[in-house]
Each structure stands twice: as structure tokens, then as C-alpha cells.
Design a protein around this ligand. Sequence first.
Ligand code: BV8
Ligand code: ZN
Length: 252
Amino acid sequence: MISELLIQKMHDATQVLVLTGAGISAESGLATFRDPDGHWDQYRPEDLANEGAFRRNPRLVQGWYHARRKAVLSALPNPGHRALGALAGLFREFTLVTQNVDRLHQRSGSDRVIELHGNIQQFHCIECGLDAPEAVFAEIASGQVACCQICGNLVRPAVVWFGESLPKEALDAAWQAATRAEVVLSVGTSGLVYPAAHLPLVAKRAGAFIAEVNIAPSALASEMDLVLIGKAGDILPTLLDALKNRKKADRT
Ligand code: BV8
Ligand code: ZN
């Protein structure tokens, strides 16, 4: 059952922003970071997702990202991704901001996606930036440390590591949209990583109604106007249907 308040707020809104985290891809079979059996279970973020760890142990970190990249490439978008793609068509301005690096939003048909933390599909040279050829993945899979063919430096995934700044363009676009949004939905994120976790709060300060969809209250739950507990793959399609029915009722 979706909250009537949320349906009303979204029915009346013309500008909506959705922020997603690893939880929306959980139903595609991709591990999250902080859930039980998540990525951080056997390692800590500081052990892997930062440049220092990478330079100290490139084989471990390249291997971890390669394994995650393989899982991403064989994963499929789920009903949660698809519902967001369809929701976009119901609003004059719909901004989809993701912390995820799996590009499942794009593969489910969402065309304009703001990726705050980059993407895991591309690898490039840590020094000269040259895009790594496909062959680099076979090298990593065979346990070698993959290096740039031109300058010999290490090859890294195109993700944003801890301690690295987010892409300025993405951050600015997300912030702009947050200050204009009338409703923000935060979906499948623990709300622990900054500056992404600031986004719903920026919108709230600018007057937005902010709600979260999560299987458990996130670190931002106390700030939310509404917390919907449940799976993104269940709640988002139900919300989409409720909004479409409301719009249909308007026309009768
Ligand atoms: C920055 C890409 C400026 C890589 C990621 C000290 C030094 C330096 C920085 C800091 C510092 N202290 C704090 C910081 C800031 C730091 C930070 O926030 N740290 C945290 C941990 C305290 N942030 C940064 O460093 C950022 N850069 O600040 O630059 C700067 C520069 C220099 C010096 C200082 C500052 C960069 C942050 C980006 C890091 N990169 N990922 C990779 O993928 O490996 S972060 C990583 O966490 C992922 O991107 C992920 O998206 C993100 C957030 O996690 P979630 O998506 O929320 O996933 P999580 O597993 O946590 O939660 C899943 C949720 O889903 C849960 O709530 C669960 O209940 C829910 N769920 C599960 N199943 C479902 C579901 N919900 C619905 N349906 C389901 N079915
Ligand atoms: Zn190079």
C-alpha cells in the first residue's frame, strides 16, 4: 500500500528528483556495500576503494573491480529500474541521480542519468587517462597487474574513490536539480556516503518533500518526511501504477 500523501505530493509535482544507491540493484543480484554478504563484508572500503590501497595492492584492487564488473555485465535491470524509467515520463522535469556504478539505469532505458560515482565498465590509465582496451580484462583475470600500453602506468576503473572529488558537472547538475525539486525520492541507499547523502537534505532545505524507499531505515530516515519500508522492485512499480491511475482519474 503506497502512502496517499506521497501519491498526492508526486501527483501535484512538476519537478522530481530520485537518488539511488546500491539497494536498487540488489534485486538484480548485485551485492550492495554494507548489507550482510555485501562487498564490504570481507574487505573495508578503505582497503579497496581508494587510490592508496590501489597503489599498494593493484592486483587485489584490479581483481576486485574486474570481478564486480563481470557481475555487473551479466546482471539485468529489475522492475525497480524499469519503474523509474517510466516515472520519468510523468513529470516535466525528472532528474535521476545515482551513486551506482553499474549503469543498470541506462540499460533499463533511462536516458539522462547523473552518475555521481562514475562507472565500473570503463577502465583507464591512472596517469595518462588512456582508455584501456578489452584485452586488459583477460590480463587481470589471469592474475596479472594491468598497465597502460602507452606509458606503462597502472590501469584503474572509472569510478570515484573515497578521498576523490566527484565529477564537477555531475555534482553541479544534481545540486541544481535538488534545489528545484518539489519531491525527492531516495531509493536503496544507506545515506552514509557524502556528498551524495547531502542531496535530499539540500532539497528539503529548499522546500521539497523528501521520502525514502528502503528495506530498512537509512541514516537519513530521521530527516525524511516519509519512510517507505520495502523492496524498491515492489514499491516503485506500485507507486508508478498509483500515479498513472491518479492521472487517468483526472481526465475522466
Ligand atoms: C569526497 C565508487 C571530497 C567506488 C563509492 C575522510 C577523508 C576523505 C573523505 C572523507 C573522509 N571522511 C568522510 C569523507 C567523505 C567520504 C565519505 O562519505 N565517507 C563515508 C564512508 C563516511 N566521501 C568521499 O570520499 C567522496 N569524495 O568527499 O571528495 C574530498 C576529497 C578529498 C578529501 C576529502 C574530501 C567520494 C565518495 C564516493 C566513494 N565511492 N563508490 C566503488 O563502487 O567501489 S562509495 C560506495 O558507497 C558506492 O558508490 C555506493 O553507491 C555508495 C553508497 O552506498 P549505497 O549505495 O548507499 O550502498 P550501501 O550498501 O551502503 O546501502 C545499500 C542500501 O540499500 C541499504 O540501506 C539497504 O538497506 C538498501 N537495500 C538493500 N536491498 C534493497 C534496499 N533498498 C531497497 N530495495 C532493496 N531490494
Ligand atoms: Zn598511460
